[in-house]
Write a protein that binds this ligand. Structure first.
Ligand SMILES: NC(=O)c1ccc[n+]([C@@H]2O[C@H](COP(=O)([O-])OP(=O)(O)OC[C@H]3O[C@@H](n4cnc5c(N)ncnc54)[C@H](O)[C@@H]3O)[C@@H](O)[C@H]2O)c1
Length: 317
């Protein structure tokens, strides 16, 4: 995507801010809508180059007005984080459902031909068992968040069928990287390790996930925006199965930390989120756009650690 006008919802968030940064670098005009629920993660030099609106995706008239003239919509605004979603299921679903309705209406009324939507590997629910999951296995969302994401994927399929709008849903697998906050496991473990406090792992630590580095996530999103039309769903996975206990050990080691790793029972409200195994196949992405993830977990964690040290030394100076 180059020299386009791109409307990004959730652009001040973790993934959104990295996308916005790259889109600006590629000389796009970027319009961001975000209600700053999680603060603003867009670097200040990038922020100066975009059009930013503090607005809610549930505000239909604002979405309609602010998206006028866009060539593409990247719909990334959402409520996420296991504890936050568990405590706010209704608002989570409302943000997804009403947000998507407004995005769809804006695309129809403003003749915007393409939507890219941030879905989740959570739609696979507990089915992601013995093998890496492909897009066609049976899905079984268990949480309000994952159900709403699946609902929106179906909605996008209908939107394409009825109105011809190109609609691409990206099922992200545990994205991690710079500027992520401690709602997610990687920054939480790093914070604990760097302060030499106990690193707390829920359960026995054998549960697995697939951690996708932010730069790979951004690359896949932008290339899908350029190269794929129709209605499609893609996994964006790193294809590397990592046990959470192993992640804790890696972070402890990288940080030269004296933290103890402690295994505790997950709070009851997290039970629906406790999937034993989940890792994905990005084969469909490779077949369609030649994409392969390029940052392994060790490399990604090292980048984060170096950045944390840099920020720490700046703070202390
Ligand atoms: N981070 C991951 O591992 C991951 C995995 C799967 C899917 N996703 C999806 O990717 C997208 C981005 O996730 P992220 O990690 O950057 O999360 P994030 O919380 O950092 O970013 C989401 C952004 O949406 C904004 N937002 C929330 N409600 C809004 C509303 N009603 N109106 C306007 N803005 C609103 C927030 O302020 C925030 O800036 C989300 O749709 C998420 O569901 C992320």
């Amino acid at each position: 995507m180059k020299n386009k006008r791109i409307f990004v919802t959730g652009g001040a968030g973790f993934i959104g801010s990295h996308l916005v940064e790259k889109l600006v670098e590629l000389e796009n005009e970027v319009v961001v809508v975000d209600n700053l629920l999680r603060g603003n993660k867009i670097p200040s030099d990038v922020f100066k180059k975009i059009e930013f609106h503090n607005a809610d995706v549930r505000d239909s008239s604002k979405i309609l007005k602010l998206s006028r003239g866009a060539d593409v919509i990247l719909h990334f605004a959402a409520i996420l984080g296991v504890d936050i979603v568990a405590d706010n299921p209704v608002e989570t679903m409302d943000t997804e459902a009403v947000g998507m309705q407004n995005i769809a209406q804006a695309a129809i009324k403003n003749n915007i031909p393409k939507i890219l939507y941030a879905s989740t590997s959570g739609v696979y629910g507990h089915n992601a068992l013995e093998k890496s999951v492909t897009e066609d296995i049976m899905i079984d969302p268990k949480t309000s968040y994952a159900m709403a994401k699946r609902y929106n994927e179906i909605y996008l399929g209908a939107l394409h069928e009825e109105k011809g709008i190109n609609a691409i849903a990206l099922r992200f697998f545990n994205v991690y990287g710079l500027r992520q906050d401690n709602r997610m496991v990687t920054p939480r473990f790093f914070e604990q390790a760097i302060s030499n406090k106990p690193i707390t792992v829920f359960g026995n630590g054998n549960q697995t996930r697939d951690f996708t580095y932010i730069d790979d996530t951004v690359k896949a999103t932008i290339e899908l925006g350029e190269k794929v039309n129709g209605f499609e769903i893609f996994n964006v996975a790193n294809e590397e199965e990592i046990a959470i206990g192993t992640l804790a050990n890696k972070i402890k080691e990288i940080s030269n930390s004296s933290s103890e790793i402690v295994y505790i029972n997950a709070p009851t409200k997290r039970y629906d989120y406790e999937v034993g195994r989940r890792f994905g196949s990005s084969e469909k992405l490779f077949k369609n756009i030649g994409y392969k993830p390029s940052t392994g977990i060790d490399e990604g964690l090292n980048v984060i650690y170096k950045d944390m040290l840099k920020s720490k030394s700046i703070e202390e100076a």
